[in-house]
Design a protein around this ligand. Structure first.
Ligand code: ATP
Ligand code: MG
Ligand code: MG
Ligand code: MG
Length: 473
C-alpha cells in the first residue's frame, strides 16, 4: 500500500464513521502565538476542545502536516539517529468534540489497524495510563489484547523512563490519560517494550497515541471532570507506512526512497543507505513546507529554525562531496511525491525553489572554508574531548555555522562542544562592539553640526543572527 493510499484509507475510514474531513492547517499556527510550529493534529482544534469555538461537526479527521524542530517538541537531534523521527511528518488523526469517548476511540483504532490495514494483532502492544482502569478494561476485555501486551505507564514524574501517559494542553485547561499503540518490528532490532529501560530503541515503535481529554485542570491544581470529554488521536503516517510496507525504518517507505534517490542523484552519492541522504530527504520536506507556509530563512524565531535546517542539509551534501547548490533541485521530486495531497506545495514550487536556492548560495560561500577551520580544530581534539567555545563562536559569527550544526558534526566524531565558552565569546564580542559604539557616539557629540541621525540601536547583520548593537545615547 502506497503512502498516499494509507492516508486516504485513514480519512475514508473515519469519514464512513461520521467524521468530517478537515484539511491540514498551516505549519504556522494561526491561533497560538506561543507555539513555534504546528506539532500535532489537534492544534487547529484547540479552541474547539476548550469550547471557545464551535464547529458545525462533532467529529473530525485530518492528515496534518507537523514540524517538531523547536520549542517543546524538538526531534531535530533525532533525525539521522532513529528510524522513526522526522522534523516534518504527517499526523493522521480523528477527533471527538464532546461526542464519543474512550470506548469508541479504542474500538475504531483497533478495527482500522486489524481489519482495514490488516496488521497481525499479535504484533501490537498497548499502553494505558497507570490509573486508567477504564481503558485497561476496554483493551483487555472488549478487544481481547492479552494482558502481557498491555502496559500501565505513569505520568513520568520522577520516572526513570521517557514515557508519559498523561497529556495536558497547557499548565491549566483540558488534560487526561493517553493510550498508545506500539508495533513490534521483531527481535532482530534492538529495543524493549514500552515502559522498559530499552524502550527508546527502535524495535517497539509507537504508531498511534489516543488522548482522552477527561479533566480540566484549574490554576489551583484541581481537576474536575469535563462535562463533555473529548478525544484527540495522532498516528504518524510515515510510521504506519513503514509497518504496512514491511520495512523497519520510515526511510524505507516509497515516499522516502524516492527522495533518497533524488538526493543521491543531486549529490553524486553512490551508497543509497548513507545516513546523510536520509537527513537530506527529511530536511527537504521540512524546509519546503515551511516556505510554503510563509516562513523565510532568517536570523530569528521560525526563520532561524528554517535556516538551521537548510544549513544542516547543505552540510550533509558537502559531506557527500557536493559543494555546489543542489538542495533546491529536490523540490520538484518532493512535488512529485506530495503535490497531489498538498496542492499548495505544487502551486508554490517555483517560489520554494527560489527561496532555498538563495539561502544555499549564501551559505555555500562560507561552508567550505568553515569546514576546513573546523576540521583543523577537531584534529587537535582527542576522542570524546570537547571543542572550545572560541572556535564555535568564530564558526557561528564569521562562517554562519549555527551552534547546533557544529555540535552535530562534533557528535558524529564523539566530541562535545563548550557551550559556556561559546556564550563567553559572544558576550566578549558584544562588549567590544558596545565600547566601539560609545566611542562613535562620543565623536558624534563633538560634531554637533553634522547631520548625523542615529536611532540608538543599530542592527548589524552577523552571519549567524542579528546582533542589536547599542551605539550610544
Ligand atoms: P515518540 O515517543 O516516538 O517520540 P511521541 O510520543 O513524541 O513519539 P506523540 O506526541 O504521541 O509522539 O505524537 C503522536 C504520533 O505522531 C506518534 O505516535 C507517532 O506515530 C507520530 N510522531 C511523533 N513524533 C514524530 C516524529 N518526530 N516523526 C514522525 N512521526 C512522529
Ligand atoms: Mg517524541
Ligand atoms: Mg512516545
Ligand atoms: Mg506519544
Amino acid at each position: 500500500m502506497k503512502t498516499s493510499e494509507i492516508r486516504q484509507k485513514f480519512l475514508s475510514f473515519f469519514e464512513s464513521r461520521g467524521h468530517h474531513i478537515v484539511p491540514s492547517s498551516s505549519l504556522v499556527p494561526g491561533n497560538d502565538p506561543t507555539l513555534l510550529f504546528t506539532n500535532a493534529g489537534m492544534v487547529q482544534f484547540k479552541d474547539v476542545f476548550t469550547g471557545k469555538e464551535t464547529r458545525p461537526y462533532k467529529r473530525a479527521t485530518s492528515s496534518q502536516r507537523c514540524v517538531r524542530a523547536g520549542g517543546k517538541h524538538n526531534d531535530l537531534e533525532n533525525v539521522g539517529y532513529t528510524a522513526r523521527h522526522h522534523t516534518f511528518f504527517e499526523m493522521l488523526g480523528n477527533f471527538s468534540f464532546g461526542d464519543y469517548f474512550k470506548r469508541e476511540a479504542i474500538h475504531n483504532a483497533w478495527e482500522l489497524l486489524t481489519t482495514v490495514y490488516k496488521l497481525p494483532a499479535e504484533k501490537l502492544w498497548v499502553t494505558v495510563y497507570q490509573e486508567d482502569d477504564e481503558a485497561y478494561d476496554i483493551w483487555a476485555r472488549e478487544i481481547g489484547v492479552p494482558v502481557e501486551r498491555i502496559v500501565r505507564i505513569g505520568d513520568n514524574k520522577g520516572a526513570r523512563y521517557a514515557s508519559d501517559n498523561f497529556w495536558q494542553m497547557a499548565d491549566t485547561g483540558p488534560c487526561g490519560p493517553c493510550s498508545e499503540i506500539f508495533y513490534d518490528h521483531g527481535p532482530e532490532i534492538w529495543g524493549g517494550p514500552p515502559g522498559s529501560p530499552e524502550e527508546d530503541g527502535d524495535r517497539y515503535i509507537e504508531i498511534w497515541n489516543l488522548v482522552f481529554m477527561q479533566f480540566e485542570r484549574d490554576a489551583a491544581g484541581n481537576m474536575p471532570s469535563l462535562p463533555k470529554p473529548c478525544v484527540d488521536t495522532g498516528m504518524g503516517l510515515e510510521r504506519i507506512a513503514a509497518v504496512l510496507q514491511h520495512v523497519h525504518s520510515n526511510y524505507g517507505i516509497d515516499l522516502f526512497q524516492a527522495l533518497i534517490k533524488a538526493a543521491a542523484r543531486e549529490t553524486g552519492a553512490s551508497d543509497l543507505g548513507d545516513n546523510s541522504l536520509k537527513v537530506i530527504a527529511d530536511h527537504i520536506r521540512a524546509c519546503s513546507f515551511l516556505v510554503v507556509d510563509g516562513v523565510i530563512p532568517g536570523n530569528e524565531g521560525r526563520g532561524y529554525v528554517l535556516r538551521r535546517i537548510v544549513r544542516r542539509a547543505l552540510r550533509h551534501g558537502y559531506k557527500l562531496g557536493q559543494s555546489q547548490p543542489f538542495f533546491h533541485r529536490l523540490v520538484a521530486d518532493l512535488v512529485a511525491q506530495m503535490g497531489s495531497a498538498y496542492p499548495e506545495l505544487a502551486k508554490n514550487q517555483a517560489r520554494v525553489e527560489q527561496v532555498l536556492k538563495q539561502e544555499e548560495e549564501r551559505f555555500s560561500e562560507t561552508l567550505e572554508h568553515g569546514m576546513k577551520i573546523l576540521d583543523a580544530a577537531l584534529a587537535g581534539v582527542p576522542d570524546k574531548g570537547v571543542l572550545d567555545g572560541q572556535t564555535l563562536f568564530t564558526l557561528y559569527d564569521t562562517y554562519g555555522f549555527p551552534v547546533d550544526l557544529t555540535a552535530d558534526i562534533c557528535r558524529e566524531r564523539s566530541i562535545e562542544v563548550d557551550l559556556d565558552g561559546f556564550e563567553l565569546s559572544m558576550t566578549r564580542q558584544r562588549e567590544q562592539a558596545r565600547a566601539a559604539g560609545k566611542f562613535k557616539a562620543a565623536e558624534g557629540l563633538r560634531y554637533q553640526g553634522a547631520q548625523t541621525r542615529f536611532d540608538g540601536y543599530e542592527h548589524v547583520q552577523g552571519r549567524g543572527q542579528v546582533v542589536a548593537l547599542y551605539v550610544g545615547g
